[in-house]
Each structure stands twice: as C-alpha cells, then as structure tokens.
Design a protein around this ligand. Sequence first.
Ligand SMILES: *[C@@H]1O[C@H](CO)[C@@H](O)[C@H](O)[C@H]1NC(C)=O
Ligand SMILES: *[C@@H]1O[C@H](CO)[C@@H](O)[C@H](O)[C@H]1NC(C)=O
Length: 393
Amino acid sequence: MPLLQSIVAKAYYPLLAVGIFYFTCLGLLTHPVIQNNAIYMQKLKLTWRQDLTRPEQFGFAKNQVTPFYLNTTDGESIFAWHVLPLGLYMEHRDELAELETGIETNPAEHRSLQLLKDDPEARLIIHFHGNAGTLGAGIRPIYLRSLSSAHPSKIHILAIDYRGFGLSSGVPSEAGLIEDGLTAFRFASSLGIPSSRIALVGQSLGTAVTIGVADSLASQTPKQELAAVITIAGFSNMKELLQTYHIGGFIPILSPLRGYPKVRGFFESFIYESWNTTARIGSLVKNSPSLSLVLIHAKNDFEIPWQHCEKLFAYATNAAVLQGGEHAEPLTLGEALEIRKVKNYGYESTHAWWPEERSYGRTISQWLVKWGGHNQVVMSAGTSVIVSKALGL
Ligand SMILES: *[C@@H]1O[C@H](CO)[C@@H](O)[C@H](O)[C@H]1NC(C)=O
Ligand SMILES: *[C@@H]1O[C@H](CO)[C@@H](O)[C@H](O)[C@H]1NC(C)=O
C-alpha cells in the first residue's frame, strides 16, 4: 500500500505541475499583447549576426538580391527582397556585380528590377512567409532560390517581411499583414507587371495572408485576377488552427481541451483575430472567375495537419459550384472530396482537382505530397514544378 501510494504521489505531482503550467500559459495567452507575440512571433528574428541588407550573407550571388523598403498607405515601411532568377543573373553578372550593394532607395530604377520590367514573359512570385523569423531565417533563403529554379530565367521573386518583422516598422495585425501584401502587389503593378504574370505563394501563416490579399484584389474595382494563388501548409481559420496546432510538431495549444467544450470555448472567446481563410477563399472563388488556385500540403506536416487542406479545398470548390446558378446545391465536405478527380504520383504525391464542368472557368487543385513536413515542403523540387506550371511555364 505505501508503495502504491508513493507511486501515485510520484505521478500526481508532475501531472499537477504540468496542468498548472499549461493553464498558466493559456491564461497568459488571453492577454492581447502576449497573444499577438505568441501568434506572430515577430520578435524571434532567427538571423543573429546576419544583416538582411546584405543578402550575400544568405548565400545569394553578389547583387542577385536587391533589398529595399516598400511604403504602406498607413505609413509603415516594409522591408523587401527582389530575387533575380539565377540564369538571368548569369547573363548579366559582370554588370550587376559592379553595382553598389545595400539598401536600394530607388528600387523601380534598379537594374535588376529593370530586367524584370523589360521581359514581357517574366513571372513574379510574391512570397509571404510563415510566423517567426525574418525572410532570411532558416531555410527561407534556400527555398526562395529553389522556387525560382524550375525555369532558368523567368521566375522572379518579391519577398517581404511583414510589419513588426525584421527591419520592417510597426506591429503585426491581421489587417496590417494584408495591407503589407497589397503594398507588395501595388509595387509590382507600378512596375508595369500585369496581374496575369503574378502569383502569390504563401506558407503557413503566409497562406492566410495570400488568400486575404487575393480576395481583396478580386473584390476591388477594377478586379485584379492573378496568374495563380498558391498556399503551402495552409489552415482553415485561427480557431481551428489552435485546436489542432502543435508547436514544433508536438506541443499542443487547445487540443488537450477537446473533451471540455465549455473550457475550450472560454479560451476561444479570447482569440482576437479570426484569420478566417475558409470564408475568404469562398469569396475569392466567387469574385475571381478565372482563378487558378493551388493548395499544397505535406501528409507528414505535424504542425498543421493536412486535413486543413481538405477543408480549404472543400470550401473553395463549394463556392465554385454555387456559381452554377439556380440549380446549384451546397455540398458537404465529404461530397466535395468525393467528386474531385484524383491522380496518384505513387511515392511522391497525390494530385486532386475539381472537375471542369463544375468549376465555371476556375481551376481548383490540391497537391497532397508525402514528404517535406511543415517547412521543407516549400523547397522540394516537386513544389517548384507545381508553382512553375501554375505560372504557365
Ligand atoms: C519608401 O520610402 C523610402 C524612404 O523614403 C524610399 O527610400 C523608398 O524608395 C520608398 N519605396 C518605394 C518602393 O517607393
Ligand atoms: C468563418 O467564416 C464562416 C463563413 O462566413 C463562418 O461560418 C465561420 O463561423 C467563421 N469562423 C470563424 C472562426 O470566425
């Protein structure tokens, strides 16, 4: 008996400690400032002793990347990189390597951006990264190179650090990040790049920015329709994300409260920004009659489970079906997934797409890839090919 008691006691105290720790953390997260920092993790730069204004430090060739600031309508300054495709860089290396390095104060006239403007076939990816860290953090510079690698000279990239991140000013917010994305788009337009040659590509939190920006562009007048809207490791909305998210693949946030709907509901009422991508994706599909939407997700993503991708696909296709007029009937998630056409690429991926006769001019497509997890999936060769094809190359 004393033995059993001591075993129970030994198990009880650590459990109690974990429980107290867990609820203390949740309690802290209800504070708006703490929640803002926990969701965006903008203070975590992950680029110690590196200088974002010197992209060579991140493995780029001299002046392959032009760093500059964009200016938002609400007065924030947003740090950006323009990445030149390597083949094009090679053709112009001698000339480019001679130029000054560091922040460019007149980006529209910079030689690299002129090369983008001068090529009527050039494509531009506007990239939105996930939370935590700057655009130079971790594998991000590597996947920026990888994303443009499916074609030697046509795929340029404009990557930004949202407000509050890295060298950008301000504090992150849902409306603010979408404004930053729109600012990047407007800059590209000001260079004379038509939206039909621009794709938005976002990863993780960046997918919510991607859909938010695309939705906003499609609902303004005149309507701006993009070459492609691409999400990698997306999520349905912030509430469902927190119910299923695991930090680093294993630390849960709200999933331990699954059996306690009242307690969970209490904490959920403190989620200040809804990042409701399912709602926005519906409105994007409705307002963008020639939309090309590509949803990519790795099956082994342990931070954001791939079921979020199924949900986004179902919401998007349902919105397409509803464009069919009076006979249109909303579909359930199961029905939507049942109707899609599927092609298996065996060991690598599964491609599913919405049948043409139900799309009313739109292309809605989903790639469930087997490898790559939450982050590395962006730099896989297969992803570069999907993105490049979506750009019509
Ligand atoms: C934004 O403002 C800064 C500082 O005035 C300027 O150097 C930069 O060129 C501006 N960016 C654009 C894209 O015009
Ligand atoms: C997201 O939007 C949809 C459609 O407008 C709505 O039904 C749903 O409740 C919203 N979800 C959240 C978490 O705000």
